[in-house]
Design a protein around this ligand. Structure first.
Ligand SMILES: Cc1cc2nc3c(=O)[nH]c(=O)nc-3n(C[C@H](O)[C@H](O)[C@H](O)COP(=O)(O)OP(=O)(O)OC[C@H]3O[C@@H](n4cnc5c(N)ncnc54)[C@H](O)[C@@H]3O)c2cc1C
Length: 388
């Protein structure tokens, strides 16, 4: 059975690896000329660590990542408003949580595809999916057409042509806020503890995720009603206007991050959909479900998809309709829930009402974080053979 995966992101590469390890014939088609690097870093929560172990890359990930201890929340004036013990979460789920620079994760996955001899065809920009007799083929803008037995659409959230083929509508929904994301490096130790620092303001947020004592990725977020043109030259001025008075080391991090390592992203997601497949095409990762960054689970869920899809295919052999239905039914509820949690948190964090934000901070301070860790562990472990 020959399988084409459209897109070359985390979802595509991890799926290619699990499928190849299970003995399937798989090829990857990516529009860019090399591994995609959008975004600064990722937290691989325990559910992702489990899948990374299954892919045979967890040791490589551990070598270049930070092992996270706490997620500490602060108000924009630096007052502590709660702390989640990540070690407790990891203990409950039997796998650690790691922070990693996205470029490093992509390099590790790409290296694994090379070892497994999986072809990745760069500069293959999908133009359309079309076909007759209940079987789609893929047309690329370079004139090439392919006609595989299975097409896995892992072409992201912004303009997934696979989603268009399956669902007609593929337009993502702008959720009213921007993230500037960056990677900061210092010659001296800056982070005494490998713990997430998450600062909440009134319509703004700044999060710092160390991967070592000298390196972190970060995201500054702010409400923006409309999407406007971006101008990289303005990024630091924009960030300094919003965050200059926020607690140390935020200013230093902004100003010492090279402009080339900062991106500005207008944040979109999708409403959950019931059907993830049509004929020989199935959606996976962000093209199927694309939770907001506030969920912390986008890439983790793409990794979970890879593991589940391979199991469904192994179990149901060549009955594609059965495979796709089983995959969708296994994944839909969990990923829809995560999308909704991401939206809920975003609407609270990016709220501009001062009274609301004061109450929100107080509620965070009074949260039972032990219970929160138990609930997170239960939700994120669901469907996987791991703890909780
Ligand atoms: C600012 C930001 C921060 C985030 N932080 C986190 C985090 O901390 N933790 C986490 O788990 N998740 C995070 N996410 C979410 C995470 O990045 C995604 O959920 C994850 O990358 C999904 O992987 P994917 O492979 O499905 O899609 P993508 O990573 O988007 O990959 C899609 C690939 O398809 C390719 N493609 C698109 N169109 C075509 C085409 N026409 N032809 C060929 N190729 C095409 C793209 O070039 C890309 O390589 C964040 C997202 C954003 C925007």
């Amino acid at each position: 059975m020959n399988i084409a995966i459209l897109g070359g992101g985390i979802g595509a590469l991890s799926t290619a690896i699990t499928l190849k390890q299970a003995g399937f014939d798989v090829e990857v088609y990516e529009r860019h000329s090399g591994p995609a690097e959008i975004g600064a870093g990722i937290v691989c929560w325990p559910n992702a660590s489990f899948v990374l172990e299954q892919l045979g890359v967890l040791d490589d990930v551990v070598e270049v990542s930070g092992s996270l201890n706490f997620m500490n929340r602060f108000s924009s004036s630096g007052e502590s408003i709660g702390s989640l013990d990540i070690n407790e979460l990891s203990r409950l789920m039997n796998y650690p949580s790691y922070s990693i620079i996205r470029k490093n994760l992509m390099a590790i996955l790409t290296q694994r595809t090379l070892v497994l001899d999986i072809p990745i065809h760069y500069q293959h920009d999908v133009m359309s999916l079309s076909g007759f007799n209940d079987k789609a083929s893929v047309q690329f803008s370079n004139g090439i057409t392919i006609d595989p037995e299975i097409i896995i659409g892992a072409d992201g959230r912004m303009n997934s042509l696979a989603r268009k083929y399956v669902n007609q509508d593929n337009k993502p929904i702008y959720q009213g806020f921007i993230n500037w994301v960056g990677v900061f490096e210092s010659e001296i130790d800056i982070f005494s503890d490998i713990s997430v620092a998450d600062y909440w303001g009134t319509g703004e947020r700044f999060g710092i995720v160390p991967v070592s004592t000298t390196k972190a990725y970060w995201a500054g977020g702010a409400v923006a009603e409309k999407i406007a043109d971006i101008d990289p030259k303005m990024y630091k001025a924009e960030l300094n206007t919003l965050f200059a008075d926020w607690p140390s080391p935020i200013s230093k991090i902004i100003n010492d991050t090279p402009l080339s390592r900062i991106n500005k992203i207008y944040i979109h997601d999708h409403d959950p959909i019931d059907t993830w497949h049509k004929n020989n095409v199935v959606l996976l990762g962000d093209s199927a479900h694309s939770p907001l960054p506030t969920s912390g689970q986008g890439a983790c869920q793409a990794l979970e998809d890879a593991w589940h899809f391979t199991h469904c295919l192994k179990e149901n052999g060549e009955d594609l309709s059965k495979v796709f239905k089983q995959f969708t039914s296994l994944r839909k509820e969990k990923t829809s829930g995560i999308t909704m949690v991401g939206r809920q948190l975003a609407s609270s964090i990016f709220n501009r009402d001062e009274v609301f934000c004061k109450q929100r901070d107080l509620a965070s301070k009074n949260t039972d974080y032990k219970m929160a860790a138990m609930n997170m562990a239960k939700g994120w472990a669901s469907g996987l053979p791991i703890g909780a």
